[in-house]
Design a protein around this ligand. Structure first.
Ligand code: GTP
Length: 672
């Protein structure tokens, strides 16, 4: 461990830059920067402690051959959102000495700024723990996963590297919609499932009721449940014992040729691609030449090791172990998630990989300023490597210039992606109103020839083909699961009916809780259904959905015009029966979101050339500078600066300024 003192003025230049130089000059490889708390009393100098992975610590590297497959357990923590996965992971890390004990709520595995700000996990994280039990040392590889439905692709990938899961259920809330969805992901992958009832310290906790639910819904005997408080650490050691006892070790052999699954990857600005791998056989060491089955390209292994949860280099990794590898992959395209790595001299059959994520919503993304196009392209490429569930297609619009059409797994996913672009890449973008992927069966021979297919998918409403050229429109459907206390069933049924949903099933999971199954048009739930469901049920109902194919639908394209100029970002596809209501509501909401300007603004919704709704924003006559009489020039400047800052977040349509977030906000409705 070495210390370096960095002047606070230099520090402001950006920590990473300093560290890059330090690393280059002195061979530091970990960019962990720890600010010493006691030094905050020293005003002008900040002390940073840079952990140097020196040749000494390389020598201290853990000998991974000490962990034969019999002593390895690979497991994920899965649960409904906020049921305490990350808190449990903290306690497990503390108990095994991977991090210092604090007893607090650190959620060390939630590393991203967006995760800390929103208090949710969006990216699965791996941590390897050493655990001594009955005279043996075990290597436990834990993967903490996100709980929100939009990130379930992370869960499905994580469990491919595991033999078991901890299914965490809140002792107060009981089984929720994502608990059911995640259970089935693990069940279908034939993993060992250990139910863990968390938050037993809460005043209203009723672990016995939750045990009964688990027995009824998942057919797991209630004696199998472990009751814990992750917050207080109660019974958490029991979880570790049961992991060793119940989860089987991997069945791979070191004698087989090296074969590893890339189940996740990250992009580091300085070191390129860091691939998270699970070894399905053999062994790999630093200096080995490995090949990516996907591209057939060979690389030399520069570094490999364990995630504890920071990178901890080792000399080798063996069958059954989970770790990371850095092999000089600089291009985003080189690290395909689901790819198989093998030794150059021992080619093997690639592993099946993953089903690609299926985007549920699409939105256009354009640079605010076209001159930022290439820097934004590189940011989007790097971020999609960290988040492989985003699909990217180049797109361009007469009004917005060159950009992309991106596919996301849901609206939260889209918001998180935007926030990460801004926070991690300092990129400012215009995002168009999200839409679901509709389909059209074409009747026009000319169009069929142009598209090269009779059935096309429409991800950009601006390209919605006219009714005269189409024999049938299709819309995507989902099978939704709602779990709610029975008091709210009536209101929820009305909400579902308003969203064109068809009820499929209803079962009581205990005396007071009901599980409802509905078939929904995806369009009806993607924007704001969850918010409405939460407020109708005072936060008690939960919701999850899965793909249910396509269904014929009467769809039409709705255009919006501001003073006669069409606003491409707002073009929406709506069901025929709802077009008028949607058009009117969006006009009203636009009226609320667009600030008054020096002239009158007409907001219109139109189907083709027929206007179906109109609102007007009256002119704003007041001169904002009128009050700055006399020579108060500083105040005038401040006001002008404030106005200019506000305008940066505006998009100009003709001479009208529209706030950037208006495009998404106007789509949200309130069913209460
Ligand atoms: P996502 O990653 O967003 O899905 O959440 P999570 O499942 O990781 O939950 P997290 O660990 O972030 O915990 C959610 C909240 O529950 C936090 O405020 C925790 O402090 C709290 N919490 C977690 N475990 C316990 C517990 O045992 N008792 C109590 N009282 N609160 C807990």
């Amino acid at each position: 461990m070495q210390l370096c003192v960095v002047n606070s003025a230099v520090r402001r230049l950006l920590d990473v830059r300093i560290l890059k130089v330090i690393r280059r000059k002195q061979g530091y490889s970990a960019c962990t920067v720890v600010r010493h708390r006691w030094m905050r009393h020293v005003p002008s100098v900040s002390l940073y402690c840079c952990k140097r992975i020196s040749s000494q610590s390389q020598k201290d590297a853990i000998d991974m051959s000490k962990f034969p497959v019999e002593n390895i357990r690979n497991f994920s923590i899965i649960a409904h959102i906020d049921h305490g996965k990350s808190t449990l992971a903290d306690r497990l890390l503390e108990l095994t000495g991977a991090i210092a004990k604090s007893g607090g709520n650190k959620q060390v595995l939630d590393k991203l700024q967006v995760e800390r700000e929103r208090g949710i996990t969006v990216k699965a994280q791996t941590a390897s723990l050493f655990y001594s039990h009955e005279g043996q040392t075990y290597l436990l590889n834990l993967i903490d996963t996100p709980g929100h439905v939009d990130f379930s692709y992370e869960v499905s990938r994580s469990i491919s590297a595991c033999q078991g899961v901890l299914l965490v259920v809140d002792a107060n809330q009981g089984i929720q919609a994502q608990t059911v969805a995640n259970f089935f992901l693990a069940f279908e992958a034939q993993l060992t499932i250990i139910p863990v009832i968390n938050k037993i310290d809460l005043k209203n906790a009723d672990p016995e009721r939750v045990e009964r639910q688990i027995e009824k819904v998942f057919d797991i005997p209630k004696e199998d449940c472990i009751k814990i408080s992750a917050k207080l650490g109660t019974n958490v050691d029991q979880v570790l014992k049961e992991v060793v006892k119940r989860i089987p070790p991997p069945t791979f052999s070191v004698k087989d040729p090296f074969r590893a699954l890339v189940f996740d990857s990250n992009f580091d600005h300085y070191r390129g691609v860091i691939a998270n791998i699970a070894l399905f056989g053999g062994q790999v060491r630093k200096g080995d030449r490995i090949v990516s089955a996907h591209l057939g390209k060979a690389y030399e292994v520069n570094e490999l090791g364990l995630l504890r949860p920071e990178e901890h280099p080792t000399e080798k990794l063996y069958a059954g172990q989970v770790g990371y590898v850095i092999a000089g992959m600089k291009e985003v395209k080189e690290a395909q998630i689901g790819d198989t790595l093998f030794l150059h001299k021992h080619p093997v059959e690639p592993l099946p990989g993953f089903k690609p994520a299926k985007p549920m919503v699409f939105a256009g993304m354009y640079p605010v300023d076209q001159s930022d196009y290439s820097s934004l392209r590189s940011a989007v490429e790097k971020l999609t490597l960290n988040d492989s569930s985003v699909t990217v297609h180049r797109d361009s619009s007469p009004a917005l210039g060159a950009g992309w059409r991106l596919g996301f797994l849901g609206l939260l996913h889209m918001e998180v992606f935007n926030q990460r672009l801004e926070q991690e890449y300092n990129a400012s973008v215009i995002v168009t109103a999200p839409t679901v992927p509709y389909k059209a069966v074409l009747s026009s021979a000319k169009l069929i020839k142009e598209y090269g297919a009779e059935e096309i998918t429409i991800v950009n409403p601006a390209q919605f083909p006219d009714k005269s050229q189409v024999s049938e429109y299709l819309e995507p459907m989902v099978c939704g699961t709602i779990i709610t206390p029975d008091d709210y069933v009536g209101k929820i049924m009305t909400l579902c009916l308003n969203r064109r949903a068809v009820q499929k099933n209803t079962i009581y999971i205990d005396e007071h809780r009901v599980m409802l199954k509905y078939l929904f048009p995806l369009n009806e739930i993607v924007i704001d259904f969850y918010d409405n469901l939460k407020s109708l049920s005072s936060g008690y109902a939960s919701f999850d959905y899965e793909d249910a194919g396509y269904q014929s639908a009467a769809l039409i394209k709705l255009d919006f015009l501001l003073n006669g100029k069409p606003v491409e970002e707002l073009t929406t596809i709506a069901h025929k029966d709802k077009a008028y209501a949607v058009g009117k509501a969006m006009c009203e909401r636009l009226q609320d979101s667009i600030p008054r300007q020096l002239f009158e603004i007409a907001i219109q919704a139109a189907i083709g050339s027929k206007v179906i709704a109109r609102e007007t924003i009256k002119a704003y006559r007041k001169n904002v500078l009128a009050k700055c009489y006399g020579g108060d020039i500083t105040r005038k400047m401040k006001l002008l600066k404030k106005q200019a800052e506000g305008k940066k977040k505006m998009r100009r349509i003709g001479n009208i300024e529209v706030p950037k977030d208006a495009f998404i906000n106007v789509l949200k409705r309130n069913d209460r």
